[in-house]
Design a protein around this ligand. Sequence first.
Ligand code: VGL
Ligand code: ZN
Length: 202
Amino acid sequence: MTTALIVIDLQKDFCLGGALTVPEGDTIVQGVNALMAEADAVILTQDWHPAGHSSFASSHEGKVPYDLIDMPYGPQVLWPDHCIQGSLGAQFHPELQADRADLIIRKGYNPAIDSYSAFFENDQVTPTGLEGYLRTRGIDALVMVGLALDFCVNFSAVDAAKLGFDVEVREDLCRAIDLDGSLAAARDGMTAAGVQLETRHG
Ligand code: VGL
Ligand code: ZN
């Protein structure tokens, strides 16, 4: 098998002091760097929203972060403004060895649709192009790490499994937001989709 390491959204805004801090997000960086050495390919995803993005609570009158709204494509959690294109918060964690990446895939750039998954926007049909990249490189197995386990890692892993890739999520190299039981639901959904949840220490 040819294996790609997919590092999801290891960006400043999801780490300590960021706009949408994932608890302990910083603590996975060194372990992720170490895994890069073992992979046939290294791919980073980068959450990359235009200002005023429809997933921001600030774009909806009377709404606050973590409210849930109905979008034309389904329910959507509203977030604090985060990962705005070109902003400091959208940059990768400074200790992440981003220079090791073969590909950086950006997502969430469509003002009207959020994109948790590295493969499809939240309408679940608009592709990001990552599937074609992986297939044309002959990559058939994916190891996923990053932030947040219950949102972007979850959606990316489930989509990848549905597309037929062999998918392992290294839970020890992920951290979760855990909103209203989202972590337990994500674990169940990933397992049901055939994603292998792995934890390794040391
Ligand atoms: C993410 C919420 C909003 C993530 C991105 O990377 O999990 N979560 N945008
Ligand atoms: Zn986002």
